[in-house]
Ligand binder design. Sequence first.
Ligand SMILES: *Cc1c(COP(=O)(O)O)cnc(C)c1O
Length: 389
Amino acid sequence: MTNIENQGRWANSVQANYGQPQISLDHGIGAEVWDIEGKRYLDFLGGIATNILGHAHPEIVAAISQQAGKLSHVSNFYMHEGVITLAEKLKSFTGDTEARVFFCNSGAEANEAALKLSRLTGRKKIVATAGAFHGRTMGALSLTGQPSKRDPFKPLLKGITHVPFGDSKAMRKAVTPKTAMVIVEPILGEHGVVVPPVGYLKAIREICDATGALMIVDAVQTGMGRTGTWFGYEYAGIMPDVITLAKGLGGGLPLGAMIALGRTAHLFTPGSHGTTFGGNPIACAAANAAIAVIEREGYLQRNIEFELEIKAGLSSLPQVQEVRGQGLLLGVVFKAEIATALYPKFLSAGLLVNAPNNSVIRIAPPLSVTPEQIAEFIALFSEVVTNHG
Ligand SMILES: *Cc1c(COP(=O)(O)O)cnc(C)c1O
């Protein structure tokens, strides 16, 4: 098979909602992948921030294989070791002894769970931020602040207000004692890696405390150590009421989680919510293995060194306005609208990245990326941008 042949097969059998991918990937190791024609790529998108340890990490492969050879899906009628271990671990990362975890399969489902949990406060109104991405199912889409994704599917959930991201004054005005929850991404991921002003998360915490609204941190993209802490909000010195996770959590397998803290931890009672595949043993095995490696290798701290290296390496390009973001979730912002035109050039140069809009290239490589691959990335990226003019 060739990439062209697979383009035809895809177009004739897969829904058109993702557009037409150009290449068909065959195998990978760490931050490198090969397509079916044998061309090598540096994978700096990491399956959209999901492959927290890249492809075919030996410890994840071993954990998945062992689990698959032992016990497949058990449902939540029964316990198994992996799901308890993972819940205990995530709970310990929050630092809250009351925290309780609900497992699901995706980011949208984690946010749906948070939405339902907030209804159990007896309040109905919700405040979210413009530009934010919280998923595509009808509830999560109602939280998402991107008109192009929302408008074709109206009517959505009622009672949701979107305020400008990073604007704590607008947030203070919108949140009232009728507000059930406020949901916020520590860094806007899908919207082009937008970092809020210093003090923003802290201000939201204060607004929620003053009104009794729940503060939901959507850490689906910033979480699992990608931004230098486990969830991406810790630098603000706050504790949210709910944390949602997915993407990197399953080490490349589909796994999501909603962690409810403090007074919210016990809002769900038997029968409140559920999902068949939540806490799947194979997905939990991958997550537990990934967390063990991240802790042992000290990747949280190392991410910050790579961040500084990439920022130093690319900021000086004349086409680049700034490199923003934290840890290994970075957006290269161009002075002109060239990101979409650059995209195919990155692909031919053997670099997988993505363009969330026409002036930003987003990178989210695996945390296990090597210093040599970081250097290769900076060189390749600079070359493509320089040749583009
Ligand atoms: C990707 C993403 C989601 C949605 O996750 P899915 O697994 O695609 O449903 C939600 N929130 C954020 C911040 C995301 O980046």
